[in-house]
Structure formats: C-alpha cells, structure tokens
Design a protein around this ligand. Structure first.
Ligand code: NAG
Length: 266
C-alpha cells in the first residue's frame, strides 16, 4: 500500500527528471559533436575551418560559401563568424555555419549546374544564395519563407553583395507555407528544409524529381534527426539517418508570429 502510493506520487517527477536529463544530454552531445568547433574571426577563416573539420569537402562548395559572406545576413556583427546559430527575429535563426556546410555537402550531387532546388524556411537567405551559386548557369534556387518581413530582409541581405543572382534569374524568394512545398515549379533536384517536420514529408518527396534528394530535420522537439530521402523511379524513396539535431518546428504563419521571441533553433 505504501509502496503503491510512493510510486504513484514519484512517477510524474521521474518523468520530468527523465525529460530534463534527456534534453540536456542530447544538447551536450550536440555541442560536443557539432557546435562551435569551426568558430572563426573572419569569413575566409570560417570557411577554411569548415573544410579542415571535414564538414565541407568539395571545392565547388568552398567557392560558393566564399562568395556569400555571413556578415551580410546576421544582426549581431560581433558574433558573425562563430559556429553557432544567431537569432534574426520572428523566432527564427540563421543556422550555425556547420549546418549550412552539412546541408550543401549532403546535397552536392544534386546542386549541379542547371539544377532546380527548393529551400524551405529560407529565413536569412544565406543558404539559398549558396545554392544559387552552385546551380549556375541555367539553374534556379527557390527560397520559401512564410514571414513577409523575413522575405524582405533576406532579399535585402542577398542584394548587399550578390544582387547578380537575382538579375541572372538564379534566385527567387517567395512568401509561402513551406509545409506545402512549392508545387508551381516542381519537380526539384534537391529540397532542403530548415525547420523540423513531424513524420515523413510525403508532400515534399512528391515534389522531388526521380533521383532527387530531400534533406530535413525530422521529429518532435525532444528527438530530431537529420534525414535524407532519395526518390526512386517507382516513386518510393530510400531513407538515410544522419545526426541528432534541434530545430524549431515548421509551422504556419500565425503560430510563427505568436512564438516570436520564444524557442530558438540550436
Ligand atoms: C516587403 O517589400 C515589399 C516590396 O518592396 C513592400 O511592398 C512591403 O510593404 C514589404 N513588407 C514588409 C512587411 O516589410
């Protein structure tokens, strides 16, 4: 009798402690393995460190990243070249440089000249601009972002030193609900999602070309993995799991505004 009472009263606390422990241990693992390793004080040094750390391995990716200076996309200039995410408003961050590097590296075979690629939750515009350089000439990188202010801000950011990407028709940023993809210009060689999706993103896989690749953080707030989906000729896909990550969920416009100032992407 005593023990039943004891266990039933301790149970909720045990769950709470488990959740706290689980979260902090996955956060620690994340920072040990991925964060801050490539921090630098200049643009060139940052890209060099991403290469030395093995995050980016291809000359094409190095060249694309060298053309897009992170300083054009951050608000807090003193922290521009730290290898961690930075808040840019509306509960959105510019991802850590190693996450940008990872995304470009994992998609490299699909970011070839002439390719059409979709960047969902394009936020600051940094990654979309890198993608646009990789698909030159004749390709197109399309960013989808549901906060109009961020759409405007990303266009302004990119135009600081890379206006030609717009002039040459290599880059577009549209306001839209990324959960639906961007069917008007589908199918895509590559799709990158910059916010967490719960469950398999069937609608986005549908918008891939056969042989195309989607990379997205999949899972709930406590348990997310970076997953790639490679679309096969029969319309099904191969799935490959990479590392644990922590992104804010991909939501609708209204909850994004409501959340603004709240949780941030790691
Ligand atoms: C975004 O930019 C467009 C075109 O420059 C402008 O008409 C609109 O008012 C801007 N919206 C916001 C929310 O800043």
């Amino acid at each position: 009798m005593f023990s039943r009472l004891f266990y039933s009263s301790i149970f909720p606390f045990a769950i709470a402690i488990f959740v706290i422990f689980y979260r902090s241990s996955s956060l620690t693992a994340l920072s040990q393995h991925l964060s801050w390793r490539s921090s630098s004080s200049t643009h060139q040094e940052l890209i060099g460190n991403l290469y030395k750390d093995g995050i980016i391995q291809d000359k094409r990716i190095i060249d694309a990243m060298l053309k897009v200076d992170r300083a054009d996309f951050t608000d807090k200039k003193s922290d521009t070249y730290s290898d961690r995410p930075q808040y840019i408003g509306y509960s959105v961050t510019i991802s850590a440089p190693h996450m940008h590097g990872f995304a470009l590296q994992i998609l490299k075979d699909h970011l070839q000249p002439g390719a059409k690629v979709l960047d969902i939750g394009s936020g600051s515009g940094y990654l979309t601009a890198c993608m646009a350089y990789l698909v030159r000439p004749n390709g197109k990188a399309i960013g989808i972002e549901h906060i109009q202010e961020l759409v405007n801000k990303s266009i302004k950011n990119i135009k600081k030193h890379n206006k030609k990407l717009f002039d040459d028709g290599l880059l577009e940023i549209h306001k839209g609900d990324g959960r639906r993809g961007y069917p008007i210009q589908a199918p895509y060689d590559a799709i990158h999602v910059g916010a967490a999706i719960y469950g398999t993103p069937y609608e986005l896989i549908r918008q891939l070309k056969v042989g195309g690749r989607l990379v997205a953080p999949i899972g709930n707030y406590f348990n997310q993995e970076m997953i790639t989906y490679d679309k096969k000729a029969d319309g099904t896909y191969n799935e490959q799991r990479h590392m644990n990550v922590m992104y804010v969920p991909l939501t609708d416009e209204k909850s994004q505004y409501a959340k603004a100032g709240g949780r941030r992407q790691i």
